[in-house]
Design a protein around this ligand. Structure first.
Ligand SMILES: CCCCC/C=C\C/C=C\C/C=C\C/C=C\CCCC(=O)SCCNC(=O)CCNC(=O)[C@H](O)C(C)(C)COP(=O)(O)OP(=O)(O)OC[C@H]1O[C@@H](n2cnc3c(N)ncnc32)[C@H](O)[C@@H]1OP(=O)(O)O
Length: 187
């Protein structure tokens, strides 16, 4: 089967401009929401751990457990895609600090990812076009310079904060915003 990737990003883009209060390279990004399936303290969740890398990147680690299987001993592709959604969203949210949601996410699964292995994911900002934010990532097996097992490209669309209160849980959102106001040095 031939693989013909389309051009990326698919539209003319501006270079991404980091938010003035974006965390510096090396910063541990912690958990953005305790009940997040990607990074929160959720049983069976992905427990992704992320930090800021150089050159407008976020580096994340995802260790595959038995809770993440599709076939015996192998990661489920949908959960791998979830890990990339989280890693790409973390790059958008932390480096640009623009509220945004995933509009489109495409994944290429290049190698099997066994239970017990750790994916080292590097997510990068590729560019912006108005509300559209283009990001991509590679996930390497068991080492930052291991073979690429999964690649992903995402389009995030900037939304107003009311997107989350209208469609989500406004009380939980307010509690989260309050906790962030208390903890944040650079709001
Ligand atoms: C207060 C400041 C806060 C800052 C944040 C700070 C800190 C946060 C820190 C960290 C966050 C950390 C981690 C984040 C972790 C995880 C991320 C997970 C993210 C998700 O998992 S989130 C859930 C899944 N996600 C959805 O639940 C979205 C459902 N969806 C919609 O809500 C709408 O669909 C929406 C809003 C996407 C668009 O709707 P809309 O009406 O606003 O805008 P519209 O449709 O006009 O699209 C505008 C332009 O995007 C193009 N466009 C749109 N979709 C496209 C597609 N699929 N393919 C190609 N192009 C597309 C259009 O073609 C148009 O392009 P053009 O402008 O050129 O015409």
């Amino acid at each position: 089967m031939s693989r013909v990737p389309g051009s990326w990003p698919p539209v003319e883009i501006e270079p991404p401009v980091l938010h003035p209060n974006a965390p510096a390279p090396g910063t541990d990004l912690g958990v953005h929401f305790a009940e997040c399936f990607g990074c929160g303290e959720v049983e069976g969740g992905l427990h992704l751990r992320s930090s800021v890398g150089d050159d407008q990147t976020v580096q994340s680690k995802f260790t595959v457990t038995r809770a993440h299987q599709g076939a015996p001993g192998l990661a489920h592709g949908g959960l791998l895609a979830c890990a990339f959604d989280e890693a790409l969203g973390s790059a958008v949210g932390n480096l640009l600090r623009r509220p945004a949601v995933t509009g489109r996410l495409e994944t290429d699964f290049r190698r099997p990812v066994p239970v017990g292995s750790t994916l080292y994911i590097e997510a990068r900002l590729d560019g912006t076009a108005g509300r559209k934010i283009y990001v991509s990532a590679d996930g390497r097996l068991d080492a930052p310079d291991g073979p690429v097992a999964v690649s992903a490209r995402g389009l995030f669309v900037q939304v107003g904060i009311e997107h989350f209160s209208t469609h989500g849980d406004p009380q939980a959102l307010e509690k989260l915003a309050e906790a962030q106001r208390k903890n944040q040095i650079n709001p």
